[in-house]
Design a protein around this ligand. Structure first.
Ligand SMILES: [Zn+2]
Ligand SMILES: [Zn+2]
Length: 66
């Protein structure tokens, strides 16, 4: 089954379970918007770095693309 990247949230298991306030924030890397203030990185940057968007923990399934 082909998987598109859309809808895949780069978050670790711990953060997936967390409920976060629906307030937009700012990405620490690119300065762009993040969907939630609890997120330190936008999904694009988190995916690029292979880390969780919220706590920046390395994601085992992600493939860092430096
Ligand atoms: Zn970003
Ligand atoms: Zn996390």
């Amino acid at each position: 089954m082909p998987t598109a990247n859309t809808g895949q949230k780069p978050k670790c298991d711990g953060c997936k379970a967390k409920r976060v306030a629906c307030v937009t924030g700012t990405c620490q890397d690119c300065g762009g918007g993040t969907p939630y203030r609890a997120h330190k990185l936008c999904y694009a940057c988190a995916e690029k770095q292979g880390v969780c968007a919220m706590c920046l923990a390395p994601l085992p399934n992600a493939k860092p693309n430096k």
